[in-house]
Write a protein that binds this ligand. Structure first.
Ligand code: C2E
Ligand code: CA
Ligand code: CA
Ligand code: CA
Length: 272
């Protein structure tokens, strides 16, 4: 029994070392990607009720030295913990504004909007408002085309701080979307106080809508609520024609999902 205990301790300490080593390796890869141009933005189309592409969400990808792709689900949490999300997020803002400028210069794509994901930690950097203003100036974009996606986790401590900061950025002309709506705890009270323009129904509800009556009820409630608050709704993760139909019937206005297009590098982007 004593040996069993010792083996167990060794097993756990080896497992923990493996976790620590994997995290350290991932952090190194992120630093290398920052230094050596290893990040890419992929663009996923968003469509209106008529099936027209009205814009895109920019989704980051990381490529390591071997050219292996690392998905954001695997590295964003560590980037947030280590603070690397701040320079990574600045790169996203910069790259997205350059792309938006390219679209706005071309008549056929001039009306497209571009959404970027911003982590709470990046949003609350003291100079974040200035960084957004500077990027808009530098790239000479019409700011109405830029949208920032935040999750509820952006509210840290005092809600007024978040409201104030959002107002400062809205004053620049940039719009806000509340991402992953329905997955958090305080959605309703936050929704009333934070100046969002749009909400995104989490893909979990869209996925379960047909087979699960409570998900369908949640989708319906979100759509009714957003109409009364004058918010546009984007349904995320639309994968089937049946989901699309149901969402159209329920009055949803904007759609995003594999049914219409996966996130692709800009070379593969062809809208309309
Ligand atoms: P998210 O913002 O909720 O993005 C939507 C995710 O759903 C994306 O995963 C997208 O590829 C995926 N998706 C889109 N349509 C479908 C569909 O029809 N079916 C399914 N199953 N999935 C679909 P992705 O690109 O792996 O990104 C994961 C998360 O990583 C994002 O979730 C976002 O939270 C974060 N992320 C991505 N890019 C950035 C970034 O530039 N900055 C920050 N801070 N976070 C980012
Ligand atoms: Ca998003
Ligand atoms: Ca989402
Ligand atoms: Ca998400």
């Amino acid at each position: 029994a004593k040996d069993d205990g010792r083996n167990l301790i060794r097993f756990f300490s080896e497992a923990m070392q493996a976790v620590v080593a994997a995290r350290a390796e991932l952090e190194l890869k992120l630093r290398a990607a920052l230094a050596c141009n290893g990040f890419r933005l992929y663009y996923q189309p968003q469509l209106d009720r008529n099936g027209r592409v009205i814009g895109a969400e920019a989704l980051i990808r990381c490529f390591d030295a071997e050219g292996e792709m690392i998905s954001p689900a695997a590295f964003i949490p560590l980037a947030e913990e280590t603070g690397l999300i701040v320079p990574i997020g600045e790169w996203v803002l910069e790259t997205a504004c350059a792309q938006l400028r390219a679209w706005q210069r071309t008549p056929s794509t001039a009306g497209l909007s571009l959404s970027i994901n911003v982590s709470a930690r990046q949003f609350h950097q003291p100079d974040f408002v200035g960084k957004v203003a500077a990027a808009i100036e530098r790239h000479r974009i019409r700011p109405g085309g830029l949208e920032i996606e935040l999750t509820e986790s952006v509210v840290i401590g005092d809600i007024e701080t978040t409201v104030l900061r959002m107002r400062q950025i809205k004053a620049l002309g940039v719009r806000f979307a509340l991402d992953d709506f329905g997955t958090g705890y305080s959605s309703l009270s936050y929704l009333k106080r934070l100046p969002f323009d749009q909400l995104k129904i989490d893909q979990m509800f869209v996925r379960d809508m047909e087979k699960d009556t409570s998900s369908e009820a949640i989708v319906r409630a979100i759509l009714a609520l957003s109409r009364s608050l004058d918010l546009k709704v984007v349904a995320e993760g639309v994968e089937t024609a049946a989901q699309h139909e149901l969402l159209l019937t329920r009055g949803c206005e904007l759609f995003q999902g594999y049914l219409f297009g996966r996130p692709v590098p800009i070379e593969d982007w062809k809208a309309g």
